[in-house]
Design a protein around this ligand. Structure first.
Ligand SMILES: Nc1ncnc2c1ncn2[C@@H]1O[C@H](COP(=O)(O)OP(=O)(O)O)[C@@H](O)[C@H]1O
Ligand SMILES: N[C@@H](CCC(=O)OP(=O)(O)O)C(=O)O
Length: 379
């Protein structure tokens, strides 16, 4: 028998008004045989059907590198960044053409949106990306999002599109993130290696035991289930449900939208955060670390207070005012992340001091707190 919570989860999916659908490389390229145009046509038909019902859909599509490899006649995925970039550039063209062609059958326009990590971690660019995507959705255009692979280097790339899908779900405050892949969902072991693996139907996105069963990806996909489970956690921060399901299931999207019990459903643990907190939670680029004393850890966790310099024991990293920093306890456990009001050098001078001594120490005072509670998200 299903619990009330489980039924509520499926109902939430069926009530979703805005959905991010992520389609992975393994699926799109038919396990390396080039873009599976027939399958793409099938997903487009389902998305068009959701559209007709008034559900807004943003597509996050992988497959540029894999499609480019096939077009270029390369047998193995290259490791050199410039070759990956070249493959992505060739393959992205094919992807765009394919989606445009299929959506046009339904009288729908598509828009290519290529994003980099910077676009989502820099507040101004984040807001630009958000307003552009919102405008497109408002115009009833289907945005087709991918990472801008030709301009990213290894250090700054998302790498997998699960993370990108989750951040887009945060960006748009989507109700659900649907991750289509080549397996029925998340199993209790990798079904490629363990034929006895069993499907996990439901779970909490923040359940730590899920990370333990999720393994890496196949030859074409990047992140495997590891990044899908992480993506569900990320998406849950803005209140989105995540479904992980097989893109090969007939009518998978319309059936999920009807509340059918397909794949794995990972539900958020709490109500949506305010938009700013949502953005903070999605920031991946952390510039430095503040080590907090036990008292500061307690008030941050307990009462959602601002972080004062008096509760900070050590500062590391090179950061300037406004950068994102990680707050850890004295054992190094992650406590919070936030936008800091003082650069690393100034922060090092005021640490351990009460706020009324900041002006005398530095010769100026930007703000009485090191991180204001509005700019702080407890992890
Ligand atoms: N616990 C698990 N349940 C299901 N699949 C798993 C699990 N652990 C690892 N995997 C692997 O994850 C793969 C899907 O991820 P990936 O190859 O990155 O595809 P995609 O391109 O769709 O993101 C599956 O083919 C499977 O081999
Ligand atoms: N941006 C890359 C996607 C990377 C990728 O394969 O991601 P995923 O589908 O999450 O395994 C591409 O289009 O090739």
């Amino acid at each position: 028998m299903e619990s009330n919570e489980q039924v509520a989860g499926r109902e939430a999916l069926s009530g979703a008004r805005r959905v991010v659908v992520k389609i992975g490389s393994a699926l799109l390229t038919n396990d390396g045989r080039g873009l599976d145009e027939a399958a793409i046509g099938g997903w487009v038909d389902q998305i068009a059907e959701l559209h007709r019902r008034g559900i807004e859909v943003v597509l996050v599509s992988s497959g540029a590198v894999a499609a480019g490899m096939v077009r270029l006649g390369w047998q193995a995925r290259p490791s050199a960044v410039h070759e990956l970039q070249a493959a992505a550039a060739v393959g992205q063209n094919g992807l765009t053409q394919c989606y445009e062609h299929h959506f046009a059958r339904h009288g729908l326009l598509t828009a290519q949106v290529l994003l980099t990590h910077d676009d989502l971690s820099n507040r101004k660019r984040y807001l630009n990306a958000r307003s552009a995507l919102r405008t497109l959705v408002g115009l009833r255009v289907v945005p087709v999002v991918n990472e801008n692979d030709t301009v990213v280097t290894d250090e700054i790339r998302f790498g997998d599109n699960d993370t990108l899908g989750a951040l887009v779900a945060n960006l748009l405050e989507a109700d659900a993130l649907v991750i289509l892949t080549d397996q029925e969902g998340l199993f209790d072991a990798d079904p490629r290696h363990d034929p006895g693996a069993r499907l996990i139907h439901e779970g909490r996105a923040d359940d730590p035991s899920l990370a333990a069963v999720a393994g890496g990806g196949g030859a074409l996909g990047r992140g495997g289930m590891t990044t899908k489970v992480q993506a569900a956690r990320l998406a849950a921060r803005s209140g989105a449900y995540t479904a992980i399901a097989s893109g090969r299931q007939p009518e998978v999207l319309t059936r999920l939208a009807a509340g059918e019990r397909l794949g794995t459903l990972l539900r958020p643990e709490e109500a949506p955060m305010a938009a700013r907190k949502r953005w903070l939670a999605g920031q991946l680029q952390v510039r430095g670390t503040l080590t907090l004393d036990a008292g500061a850890v307690k008030v941050l966790r307990g009462s959602g207070s601002s972080l004062l310099a008096v509760g900070v024991k050590a500062v590391s990293g090179h950061f300037v005012r406004g950068d994102m920093v990680l707050c850890v306890d004295e054992q190094g456990h992650r406590v919070a992340k936030g936008l800091v009001n003082y650069g690393a050098e100034d922060a090092a001078q005021i640490l351990g001091k009460p706020s009324h001594q900041i002006a005398a120490t530095l010769g100026f005072m930007e703000a009485p707190e090191l991180i204001h509670r509005d700019n702080l998200v407890v992890l």
